[in-house]
Design a protein around this ligand. Structure first.
Ligand code: NAD
Length: 344
């Protein structure tokens, strides 16, 4: 059945793809985004234009609100106009290095903005809030794969600290106000319409411009690269299912005094590690151009390896990532080269 969904971060990489999927199946989507300039706003505007094109082509029900999460009154207005069956909250200040120079942006979007989102969901009695957390909550120097049962209370980056705070704040709201919540820890997402601040994108830019790329730890870092379509499949599955209901929870009468709302955290990755060096080789092959590679030692603060244990989300939601790095990079390059030519 068609659902009414609030989707924040809709001009962003993952939000854009999630909107396409929801609109394609007939959901009514209100997209929310401040279109900030953390990276090229032209790319965000191009994503929004593509969503508007799809809306007109398919007569889909899509409305866009340009506003900041830290502005509580803007959120109040959105919730006063529409009753949402689901909220998918992806808007956040992403990136790790940027936090060294711009900490206030993380506090404003990821803490104040997130608290606002919890408040409006609580008052509107939203049946399910799904939000983006991150693999960065696992920090450095730990064994792979990362499991949801591992302790994660020692973040080493401000970004990771805000994401872990989101998990804790959401847990408290879920229990205090019977708000069903699912948090998803994304692992290095890549694909078409991707983020220029991420390594694969900047590697592609440098390879095409004939500039050298630096591979720290001699390219031996391994990452759990997750293709965007797999991530979006997981986001939509998670949002659709308030999983699994706790005994005694009655969605029709969510009384915190008598029932505990479901609160779940899931890793959402590919579950297969890929060495950075190999990833670059696949990118070179897809671009048809060799990279100038500078192998460098490990940097302080680098995370050696990431890998998601995805067994929880597989069991609970039937999530099965299926895209290989070769397929995913080919899809990225198919979008990237024409986009680059058009952008000049
Ligand atoms: P993105 O930067 O492309 O999208 C985020 C969007 O949120 C942007 O369009 C931005 O304008 C918007 N936004 C930021 N602050 C806002 C605010 N205060 N008010 C309104 N809008 C605001 O990032 P993405 O890759 O699409 O990531 C989506 C979510 O997933 C984020 O929460 C991010 O932290 C998380 N995540 C992403 C990855 C990844 O590899 N891409 C990995 C882990 C977690």
């Amino acid at each position: 059945m068609s659902q009414s969904v609030l989707l924040t971060g809709v001009a962003g990489f993952i939000g854009f793809h999630a909107a396409r999927k929801l609109l394609a199946r007939g959901d009514r989507v209100v997209g929310f985004d401040s279109v900030n300039d953390y990276y090229d706003p032209q790319l965000k505007r191009a994503r929004l234009a593509e969503l508007m094109r799809l809306r007109d082509e398919r007569n889909a029900d899509f409305r866009f609100v340009e506003a900041d999460l830290a502005d509580r009154s803007a959120l109040d207005r959105v919730f006063a106009e529409t009753r949402f069956d689901r909220v998918i909250h992806l808007a956040a200040q992403a990136g790790v290095r940027y936090s060294l120079e711009n900490p206030e942006s993380y506090v404003s979007s990821n803490l104040v903005g997130f608290a606002n989102m919890l408040e409006v969901c609580r008052h509107a009695k939203v049946p399910h809030l799904t939000f983006a957390s991150s693999s960065s909550v696992y920090g450095a120097n730990r064994k792979v794969p990362f499991s949801e049962h591992d302790g994660v209370d020692h973040p080493i980056q401000l970004y990771a600290a805000t994401k872990r705070s989101n998990e804790l704040m959401a847990h408290a709201y879920s229990h205090l106000f019977a708000l069903p919540v699912t948090g998803l820890r994304f692992f290095t997402v890549y694909g078409p319409w991707g983020r220029p601040d991420m390594a694969y994108y900047s590697f592609a830019e440098k390879i095409m411009a004939g500039q050298p790329i630096a591979l720290f730890n001699h390219g031996r870092h391994s990452r759990d690269f997750t293709f965007i379509d797999d991530i979006v499949e997981g986001v939509v599955r998670a949002s659709d299912r308030i999983a699994p209901p706790n005994p005694g929870f009655d969605p029709a009468n969510p009384d915190p005094a008598t029932s505990v709302a479901p609160f779940r955290l899931f890793n959402i990755g590919n579950g297969r590690p890929v060495e950075l060096k190999h990833y670059v080789e696949v990118l070179e092959a897809a671009l048809g151009k060799k990279a100038i590679i500078e192998l460098k030692p490990m940097q302080v603060g680098d995370i050696e390896d990431t890998l998601a244990d995805v067994s929880e989300i597989e069991t609970a939601l039937g999530y099965r990532p299926s895209t290989t790095v070769e397929e995913g990079i080919a899809a990225f390059v198919d979008w990237y080269l024409p986009y680059r030519r058009r952008a000049g």
